[in-house]
Design a protein around this ligand. Structure first.
Ligand SMILES: *[C@@H]1O[C@H](CO)[C@@H](O)[C@H](O)[C@H]1NC(C)=O
Ligand SMILES: *[C@@H]1O[C@H](CO)[C@@H](O)[C@H](O)[C@H]1NC(C)=O
Ligand SMILES: *[C@@H]1O[C@H](CO)[C@@H](O)[C@H](O)[C@H]1NC(C)=O
Ligand SMILES: *[C@@H]1O[C@H](CO)[C@@H](O)[C@H](O)[C@H]1NC(C)=O
Ligand SMILES: *[C@@H]1O[C@H](CO)[C@@H](O)[C@H](O)[C@H]1NC(C)=O
Length: 461
């Protein structure tokens, strides 16, 4: 081989080495059908992800990552936050057990303390608010004691830490956490040169007001410019508005230079009937446009903070079938559980807009009409029976119609009986937050399952 050929090969390998994206991916594991950590990391590597964020400090995953270039973000679970805040040896032990064994080969760059702790509103959750910053300080102190300076400590927060977000210049932190939690947190992040990690989903404000917010504005599809009368800045997309509301909120407390990192963002590729705009077309459009923006050189930044790079983790690697809540929760994945892509995506942002055609959405507007909640086809009969027994045992749920001789007794099948009970339960408790999920046993339908005199209760959207 001539010198030139060797040189070219070397150049090629160099450009490959550099081809890792600065985009990260959240790797959640709340599915019972997901590939092994080994295969998952293979997939992440093939996708050229530059960063991966996990929701714990799983030793298998951290060991596997030791042979990879990916930079890594790990997490202290919420239920350890108060212990770590109050017990110096707990913090040190956590770092010794979950960080030290993997350095430097596993490129741990962020330790996130808790996950959306400030969004947790239960009695116990609220108590954890006040331990959050002390726990972050303890972890930082433990790292320092071990001479580890390459790891930033932060905590992912959701947009509900703000009580006002629109227009962005009116951005303001929630009053109940502002003085006791946010102020010390901003002090900590500023002093340690860390990031304000924010989980920011334009999908949620859009899907709650699809008639008021343009879908194009949420999907970065140009043509719209909205002026913020407070700042006179112009906005071309919803993500920038949301990020800038945070930047304004921080500035009002005297911190105008804390960098932002997006710990989660994305768009659901499917969802329940009552969740508009959750489809492959919109998910691909959002994530592709997001990646192109966030990988631009020089960086775009936002109107309030132009030219600043924003580290971004997409949510998420896989559809996770064991996440509770509405249908969208189980459909944020870039990949199906078998590892095939839900849609083509280039994390390096280099591909032009020519990925090939996607299924066009029939409708992005909310469904209006009746919806029933029925058993998923092929659901496990034993699990259906347990769910049925549980639901029928609630004080407000009467399953009398299923008794022998009554109108819903026939056909005598567990799936049919469960469908009746799911519809009944959901229609009763939806206003109290119940979803049509039942651990994956139930799904919504717009086709009326009633038969003869057996009338299934429905929910009207
Ligand atoms: C940290 O660094 C200091 C100074 O370089 C050294 O004295 C100390 O032993 C180191 N501590 C650890 C735990 O490595
Ligand atoms: C934030 O940190 C910078 C640089 O360390 C410092 O100059 C500034 O005073 C800090 N801001 C606040 C509000 O503490
Ligand atoms: C959305 O628009 C409707 C009228 O089209 C208006 O009544 C409502 O207040 C708007 N909601 C928001 C959140 O702006
Ligand atoms: C039914 O409910 C009662 C009281 O709420 C409870 O004690 C009992 O264990 C329940 N039975 C089943 C089968 O869930
Ligand atoms: C369920 O029944 C209780 C009384 O037994 C009542 O207080 C409650 O409001 C009912 N809930 C619903 C959703 O109907």
């Amino acid at each position: 081989m001539g010198f030139l050929a060797v040189f070219l090969l070397w150049l090629l390998s160099l450009s490959r080495a550099k081809a890792l994206s600065n985009i990260g991916v959240n790797y959640g594991q709340l599915g019972n059908n997901l590939p092994s950590p080994y295969l998952s990391i293979e997939l992440l590597t093939k996708m050229k992800a530059g960063y991966v964020k996990i929701y714990d400090a799983n030793p298998d995953i951290l060991n596997l990552l030791s042979t990879r270039k990916l930079k890594v973000s790990i997490m202290v679970p919420n239920n350890q936050v108060s212990d770590i805040a109050t017990n110096p040896s707990a913090a040190e032990e956590w770092v010794r057990n979950n960080v030290l064994p993997y350095l430097p080969r596993t490129k741990i760059r962020h330790i996130l303390v808790g996950n959306e702790v400030l969004s947790s509103n239960s009695e116990e959750g609220r108590q954890t608010w006040y331990y959050l910053v002390p726990a972050m300080q303890m972890i930082k102190r433990s790292l320092k004691a071990l001479n580890i300076s390459s790891i930033k400590v932060g905590t992912p927060m959701a947009m509900d830490v703000l009580e006002s977000t629109f227009p962005p210049s009116r951005g303001r932190f929630r009053y109940d956490i502002r003085d006791n939690v946010i102020m010390p947190m901003l002090n900590f992040l500023n002093r340690t040169n860390s990031f304000f990690f924010i989980d920011v989903y334009p999908y949620f404000p859009w899907s709650q007001s699809p008639y008021n917010i343009s879908l194009d504005f949420a999907l970065f599809r140009g043509g719209i410019r909205i002026r913020d009368p407070g700042s006179s800045l112009f906005y071309t997309n919803l993500l920038d508005q949301m990020l800038d509301s945070l930047i304004y909120a921080m500035s009002k407390l005297g911190f105008s230079n804390i960098p932002i990192a997006i710990s989660e963002t994305g768009w659901p590729n499917s969802g329940d009937i009552n969740e508009p705009g959750a489809n492959i077309f919109n998910a691909a459009t959002y994530n592709r446009n997001l990646i192109r923006r966030m990988t631009r050189n020089p960086p775009l930044g936002t109107p309030a903070r132009p030219g600043v790079r924003i580290p971004t983790y997409i949510f998420s690697l896989f559809d996770e079938n064991q996440k509770p809540g509405p249908g969208t929760e189980r459909h944020w994945g870039l990949l199906h559980p078998d590892g095939t892509p839900v849609y083509e995506i280039d994390l390096t942002g280099k591909s032009a807009a020519d990925f090939g055609p996607l299924p066009a959405p029939e409708n992005n507007l909310p469904y209006r009409g009746k919806v029933w909640c029925v058993a998923v086809k092929g659901a496990n009969e034993m699990q259906l029976e347990n769910a049925l027994t549980y639901a029928c045992n609630q004080s407000n749920v009467s399953c009398d119609a299923l008794a022998p001789g009554r109108e819903c007794y026939e056909p005598v099948s567990i799936a049919d009986h469960a469908s009746y009970v799911f519809s009944l339960y959901w229609s009763k408790f939806r206003s109290h937050g119940a979803t049509c999920y039942f651990n994956g046993l139930a799904q919504q339908t717009i086709s009326n399952p009633s038969r003869g005199s057996c009338k299934f209760p429905s929910v009207t959207l």
